[in-house]
Design a protein around this ligand. Structure first.
Ligand SMILES: [Zn+2]
Length: 148
């Protein structure tokens, strides 16, 4: 686990989502969990295509109550488009229902971009995103082109 600003990141599984029709490179999805002060706090998914940094990364972050006895009704999810700027990633909120990982029971209600912009958890989600791109090595490697 990787620590950042009271957040602990737990990278979990990954899967291949097929191949780019243009170049044949693999599209990847990875996911993981975020803990804060020892409690489950958020889950995230990220998708990208190897070799296509210019197409950025799509992310879903589900925040709220996690852990024993909780349900998707106690969480909501934010959709995020990430693009690399000159040397750091930029994040833009998008409609969460445009993302491929919708699951109300697990991830909670998908917020529209407008709902996300007004949501009290927005600051929290951006703090997670800022730390995530450093702390999940898989995501970090893609965005900062440290491997393929
Ligand atoms: Zn391609």
């Amino acid at each position: 686990m990787q620590q950042a600003e009271g957040l602990t990141f737990e990278p979990d599984g990954s899967s291949e989502q097929g191949n780019c029709p243009d170049c044949g490179n693999t599209t990847m999805t990875v996911w993981g969990y975020v803990h804060r002060a020892g409690a489950a706090h958020a889950a995230y998914y990220a998708r990208w295509t190897k070799g296509h940094l210019e197409r950025g990364m799509q992310l879903l972050v589900s925040v709220g109550s996690w852990g024993e006895g909780t349900t998707g009704k106690m969480r909501c999810c934010f959709g995020v488009e990430c693009r690399m700027m000159s040397d750091s990633p930029g994040f833009m909120l998008v409609d969460a229902d445009s993302m491929p990982w919708l699951n109300y029971d697990m991830l909670g209600k998908p917020l529209s971009r407008t709902q996300a912009l007004d949501h009290p958890s927005k600051v929290d989600v951006f703090a997670i995103l800022d730390a995530l791109v450093e702390k999940d090595e898989r995501i970090n490697c893609f965005l900062f082109s440290r491997t393929d």
